[in-house]
Design a protein around this ligand. Sequence first.
Ligand code: 2HA
Ligand code: ZN
Length: 274
Amino acid sequence: MKVTDAKFVQGFIRMANDGWEQGWHERNGGNLTYRIKKEEIEEIRENLRTDGEWKAIGTSVPNLGGEYFLVTGSGKYFRNIILDPEETLAIVELDAAGENYRICWGLKNGGKPTSELPSHLMNHEVKMIASGGKHRVIYHAHPANVIALTFVLPLEDKVFTRELWEMATECPIVFPDGIGVVPWMVPGGRDIAVATSELMKQYNVAVWAHHGLFCSGEDFDLTFGLMHTVEKSAEILVKVYSMTGGKKRQTIQPDEFRDLAKDFKVTLPEKFLD
Ligand code: 2HA
Ligand code: ZN
């Protein structure tokens, strides 16, 4: 099968374009990676190159040895993915040790996988283990309202979690584990990858202060939906701050969150409710 005809590639392109249309991907901002299923690789194997040069990932992900990923290219624009996926995306294979990668498809005019490859792969490893293999999508975007809040709220997991839960009743159901916050760090390197993956052991969402948002999920719908829900909630909070300076006349109370958790069968950590 042609790579671009595969259902997972179509799903990836649609999600990337949806992110562009939301305004989360100015210029070359953001990146998306998908851990490809064994049977999906078999469908397209005849069109994968095996002569790519092995290159260092820049970190070590031993539990992902031998896995294949569909990834956005470094410096590529989300806006262009739908027009030319073979120029803007790549499929990469990891070696058995999880220390090197090689390009098997895509980036037809040259280029490298996303500059955030170390962060994506370390988070894939953590989330694959934490979810028993279910999580396959890691998504980083630059949604404006989440970023704006990182100049106003204290950079604490509890504050971001509680404030965003309060802004929309669905939030504690969509991200019951809460949200982690990474202080400002240089993007693209191993340090931000380590800091983010530490938080992603307990969360599916991490804020990068003054930069953007990082999400993990099982499939494209769930991961896009998570990014969308968090950013919508941040937009409401920005409106509340803009109208009142942050003073709420009323809001959802801790016991109301507990009632919601019971009915919707989610567990909300008490540390976010006291
Ligand atoms: O330009 O978003 O974090 C890609 C990025 C880096
Ligand atoms: Zn970024």
